[in-house]
Design a protein around this ligand. Structure first.
Ligand code: TYM
Length: 324
């Protein structure tokens, strides 16, 4: 399997990013190809302060490494360090039909709200297709919200191949049912743009406060409760094994337990799950050069593959090979 995925440095990563994507990055590392990148070019469609973007990229790298991404088994790099991607974006753009992009949700949502979208947001899925196709990727671990973009990638690859002959490989999204759409504190999909996130690296005090703010219904403490209808339990399931899940579910159904107690269990589960990552992050923070070297070395490896694919694409559509 040739694995590839990207994540935008638009703010601190949250539990949706972790369970929907990052945990899969880690479990899939060590394959024939395990490429993961920080999507700084995509982030430019929303982050317009250079210092903030630079800091976000640093934080993203630290977070991913602290959470268990191992540079010996996976390649971690910055998207903009592989400029071949923007060349492939243009080549793909020339065969992209407008209607395909008009139905993509990021653009459609903005349009529906009457917000003017720029060309970067409109063509965002083409850049994402280039990200994937430029490494001949077979498998793209993502949450449910990105599946549409992987479908667009397949459409573009098929159209390119139909126009110029077999050249690009069709990837597939890799989505885990149980964590495809992690709920936020209001029960909607966890997302920075909804302001309902639970950040991964948060002080214990703030984390507890955020967890205690998760919306629950008004069933009185004594009454039995339905765990399956509760976001606290849905989140708890992501951390806990089957036995622990069954114990908490029983407490819900039996009555006599308030939501505060379930939230406390969630808090404890999160603290113990991310405890080691916290320590690793603190250590890594003291060696920023090591992190920068990892990103540079990653880009070097990724670029070698990207050059090979871009040469193949150039030749397929009638452009000259690039002088070395
Ligand atoms: P981004 O940065 O919005 O999100 C990164 C990953 O986190 C997943 N995710 C979630 N999964 C489950 N539940 C949630 N509440 C939740 N919130 C976020 C996303 O599905 C994603 O997998 N366009 C991409 C970045 C990208 C990319 C790529 C991904 C650029 N090029 C090529 C894959 C391949 C994005 O904006 O993800």
């Amino acid at each position: 399997m040739k694995i590839l995925s990207g994540i935008q440095p638009t703010g601190r990563f949250h539990w949706g990013n972790y369970f929907g994507a990052i945990r899969q990055y880690i479990s899939l590392q060590g394959h024939e190809q395990s490429f993961y990148f920080i999507a700084d070019l995509h982030a430019l469609t929303t982050v317009r302060e250079p210092d903030v973007l630079r800091q976000n990229v640093k934080d993203a790298a630290l977070d991913l490494l602290a959470l268990g991404l191992d540079p010996k088994r996976a390649t971690l790099f910055r998207q903009s360090d592989v400029p071949e991607t923007t060349e492939l974006t243009w080549l793909l753009m020339t065969i992209t039909q407008m209607h395909l992009l008009e139905k993509c949700h990021a653009f459609k949502d903005k349009k529906a709200k009457g917000i003017a979208a720029d060309a970067g947001l409109f063509t965002y899925p083409v850049l994402m297709a280039a990200d994937i196709l430029i490494y001949d990727s077979t498998t793209v671990p993502v949450g449910a919200d990105q599946v549409q973009h992987v479908e667009v990638t397949r459409d573009l690859a098929q159209r390119f191949n139909a126009t110029y002959g077999e050249c690009l490989h069709l990837p597939e999204a890799y989505v885990l049912d149980e964590s495809a759409k992690v709920p936020g504190t209001d029960g909607e999909k966890m997302s920075k743009s909804y302001g309902n996130t639970i950040p991964i690296f948060e002080t214990p005090k703030k984390l507890r406060k955020t967890i205690m703010s998760i919306k629950t219904d008004s069933t009185p403490m004594e009454s039995p409760k339905n765990p399956e209808a509760c976001s606290v339990y849905e989140l708890y399931k992501l951390f806990a094994g089957p036995e622990e899940q069954a114990i908490l579910a029983e407490r819900y159904r039996g009555g006599g337990m308030g939501y505060g107690e379930a939230k406390e269990s969630l808090y404890q589960a999160a603290m113990s799950h991310f405890g080691a990552a916290f320590e690793r992050r603190t250590q890594l923070e003291s060696s920023p050069d090591v992190v920068e070297d990892i990103l540079r070395e990653g880009a070097h490896r990724a670029r070698a593959k990207a050059r090979e694919v871009v040469e193949r694409v150039r030749s397929a559509c009638g452009l000259l090979a690039k002088p070395v």
